[in-house]
Design a protein around this ligand. Structure first.
Ligand code: NAD
Length: 326
């Protein structure tokens, strides 16, 4: 099959490209390399089944042509990461909304099956964990820029479901919870690579807030497996589905595990949110997915633990982890 991956030189998109090439598909990636890296897909060039186009999804003429040529589309291009969102709110909103609008328009025109990734951020300050797909969404005020990401992604979801409702566009919407693994960079505020990198260098690990906030981290290999199954299954179309891991850990515990698994002498430093991100930043205390729907639809069950993730990330940064419980 011919598959288009927008944002395919990014973290999740490049793992998706690896997986789909291994399955024998022909892959085209369009990526402007704003947060993605050529080195993420360099190994795929010359495989005969891979084409990289360095351009933006805002180039609609090109995008239309690429969608028309493809059988399936994974729309992974997006502004991503809390730091980027706080620093470039206009670009965040424009990239997310206009990019998805264009992809959906062309997929609808040529009747192409498409996966739209959304995010656990859409649950906002919701407190009834685990988060279920039909829960109410509760974001903050519009002068708190952090919520721009969640709201832009929510609008993407509405638009995707509207296309499904009006013309049965074959679209699946997947809410990714924190996804981590090799190739993810800490440059844009992603917590696991930031912590592991600091631990490897024996530098202080900076925890934002008091560290009692918790998250669940899914290994990118599990998530990619889920994405492929969700797009391939007809009964998942027109639905919104959570994907990730439901093993919950506080951010302090995460820092402690990164230190232990890399045999590091790092200490933990607590930094107030206002210092890390400036004024106007709000965080959520817990973010746990209900994976029941994904389990029922595609038998989804993550197989990698948080320790596997930390060890894989440490290895990716050039140092084998000190010990493992995996
Ligand atoms: N990684 C996570 O924890 C996570 C969680 C929730 C949702 N998601 C979603 O998954 C998708 C992939 O995220 P990721 O973690 O791989 O991030 P990433 O930043 O590594 O990937 C995004 C890619 O999109 C590219 N891109 C950005 N703007 C573009 C444009 N205008 N034209 C072409 N390419 C453009 C970037 O260069 C990058 O390669 C995004 O939609 C993101 O919102 C990721």
């Amino acid at each position: 099959m011919k598959i288009l991956i927008t944002g395919g030189a990014g973290f999740v998109g490049s793992h998706l490209a690896d997986r789909l090439i291994a399955d024998g598909h022909e892959i085209t990636v369009i990526d402007d390399l704003s947060t993605g890296k050529y080195s993420n897909v360099e190994h795929l060039e010359g495989t005969g089944n891979f084409r990289l186009i360095i351009d933006t999804v805002r180039n609609e003429q090109l995008l239309e042509e690429l969608v028309r040529e493809a059988d399936h589309v994974y729309h992974m291009a997006s502004a991503v990461g809390v730091r980027l969102i706080m620093e470039q709110p206009v670009k965040t909103i424009e990239t997310i909304f206009h990019g998805t609008d264009a992809i959906l328009k062309f997929c609808s025109r040529y009747r192409k099956r498409v996966l739209i990734p959304s995010t656990s951020e859409v649950y906002g300050k919701g407190a009834s964990v685990p988060f279920k797909e039909d829960d109410d969404l509760l974001t903050g005020a519009t002068d708190k820029h952090r919520w721009a990401y969640a709201c832009a992604k929510t609008l993407d979801e509405f638009l995707a479901l509207a296309h499904w409702k009006e013309t049965r566009l074959p679209v699946a919407v997947v809410r990714l919870f924190n996804t981590v693994g090799p190739r993810q960079t800490g440059q844009y505020g992603m917590v696991v690579p930031r912590f592991v990198q600091a631990a490897i260098k024996n530098e202080p690990i900076e925890v934002h807030g008091d560290g009692t906030q918790s998250r669940c981290f899914g290994h990118v290999a599990d998530v990619v497996e889920g994405l492929c199954k969700l797009l391939d299954a007809n009964h998942c179309l027109g639905q919104v589905i959570n994907l990730g891991n439901d093993e919950e850990v506080t951010i302090t515990e995460l820092a402690e595990r990164a230190i232990a698994l890399t045999g590091s002498s790092s200490t933990i430093r607590y930094i107030p949110y206002s210092e890390a991100y400036g004024e106007g930043f709000e965080d959520m205390r817990r973010r746990v997915p209900s994976l029941e729907k994904a389990r029922n639809l595609i038998g989804y069950k993550p197989t990698r633990t948080l320790d596997d993730i930390i060890n894989d990330v440490a290895r990716d940064f050039g140092k084998a982890a000190g010990s493992t419980t995996a």
